[in-house]
Design a protein around this ligand. Structure first.
Ligand code: ZN
Length: 412
């Protein structure tokens, strides 16, 4: 084992160990409050204890480890990510940020180094929302935003989140009380795989996140007139699917306008859906994201205006339902600067990039300053067993995080 990659190698080893805790034997599926989640949580707890932290489960099933300040009782720098996964996941999404943070604390403890602030490492139980129709349950609770309504949400087997939490060893009644007092926290900082191809394309192992993109989602319904594919002349058709196709081209065009904007039609359905029938109805989804809310809102309204024009010209009835509207979560400039400095100290050009995917860090936006460090992943692939990172990049990411922690100056 090369001494030079000591931190990266130990983190990669633990990630491989953690990936064995799965609901299924042949792939990695570890959803919130399952037996596999419980096993992973107890493994993480013992690693936290071995790294010199006091650790345990909180009322919503987060693993919380605290490395005390010197003198004790000071506000904490929160670090972490999630240990739940999607179905048939890769081993690094979420887990990397937890294991890397534990490794940093372990390194400090081994050197007997205490800091003037406490460090809390958080292993959130529900970021992916892959079991219940709820997401960011653990991180929202820490940020004092636990929504008791989520306890009634049910998984596919009909088990409620509240029942599952009870069986897991959590405490639904105490869930609102895991929220931190704002004065007890300096900031939340998360290391995560990029889940996109930007760092790879720039040849960089890590990058500093500027913001988690805000997102709008819409359900679009177009109604035209179904008819016989052989007898209705082209000029007399009100083909809902052809209208949807023209709208998709508009989405691609407006979505390509720059400023980090992306727009996607991810699902489309034609009814009645028969080879010999002109589609009388089309339903599709629209997802619009950007690092800046103003850019996103303008793009969404431009796209919808274009939809109205297209529908009118084609004699189609357009129904638009907004299903999701999340504001962008900006990373704190002072955290970005301190992360940049830690990246530069590893001899790496600091690159800033927005996050197109949602993360636990979003839950802290508006509660405490937050920041994120991205690590390159092969091909930008995630939510897939083919997810891949290198030991060299991991070693760099852990050293950047460690340097950031050791030089952390609250709100500087
Ligand atoms: Zn994740």
């Amino acid at each position: 084992m090369s001494q030079g990659l000591r931190l990266g190698e130990s983190v990669m080893e633990r990630l491989a160990t953690l990936a064995r805790y799965s609901e299924t034997p042949d792939n990695l599926t570890r959803r919130y409050l399952t037996a596999a989640h419980k096993q992973a949580a107890s493994q993480v707890t013992s690693w936290m204890e071995a790294a010199g932290m006091s650790a345990g489960l909180d009322a919503v099933g987060n693993v919380v480890g605290r490395y005390e300040s010197e003198p004790p009782g000071a506000p904490a720098l929160l670090l972490g990510s999630h240990i739940d996964t999607v179905v048939d996941a890769g081993p690094y999404d979420g887990n990397l940020g937890v294991i890397a943070a534990i490794a940093c604390v372990g390194d400090l403890a081994a050197r007997g180094r205490r800091l003037p602030f406490a460090i809390e490492v958080l292993a959130f139980g529900d970021e992916e929302g892959s079991r219940f129709p709820a997401t960011l349950t653990g991180s929202s609770a820490i940020a004092g935003r636990f929504d008791p309504a989520c306890l009634d949400s049910r998984d596919e087997a009909g088990v409620s989140l509240g029942e599952a939490l009870q069986a897991f060893g959590g405490d639904p009644a105490a869930a609102p009380s895991v929220g931190r007092a704002p004065g007890a926290v300096h900031a939340y900082v998360e290391l995560h795989i990029e889940q996109g191809p930007v760092l790879e394309s720039k040849g960089l192992p890590v990058g500093v996140v500027t913001a988690i993109n805000g997102a709008n989602r819409f359900a679009i319904r177009l109604a035209g007139m179904a008819g016989h594919a052989g007898t209705v002349p082209m000029a007399l058709r009100r083909d809902a699917l052809a209208g949807a196709a023209e709208m998709m081209v508009a989405v691609e065009e407006i979505g390509g306008g720059g400023d980090g904007l992306v727009a996607t039609v991810g699902r489309i359905e034609a009814l009645p859906g028969s080879v010999n029938v002109v589609p009388g109805e089309a339903r599709f989804t629209l997802d619009v994201r950007a690092p800046e809310d103003a850019v996103r809102r303008r793009a969404a309204s431009d796209i919808l205006a274009r939809f109205h024009d297209i529908a009118e010209r084609r004699g189609l009835d357009l129904t638009v339902e907004e299903t999701h509207d999340a504001a962008a979560a900006a990373c704190a400039p002072w955290i970005m600067r301190q992360l940049d400095a830690a990246v530069a100290k590893q001899g790496i050009r600091p690159l800033r990039l927005p996050s197109g995917a949602g993360h636990d860090a979003m839950a802290f936006s508006g509660f405490c300053p937050m920041g994120m460090l991205f690590q390159r992943c092969t091909g930008g692939i995630s939510h897939n067993p083919a997810e891949s990172i290198t030991v060299e990049d991991t070693d760099i990411a852990v050293r950047v995080l460690l340097d950031f922690i050791e030089n952390f100056e609250p709100d500087a």
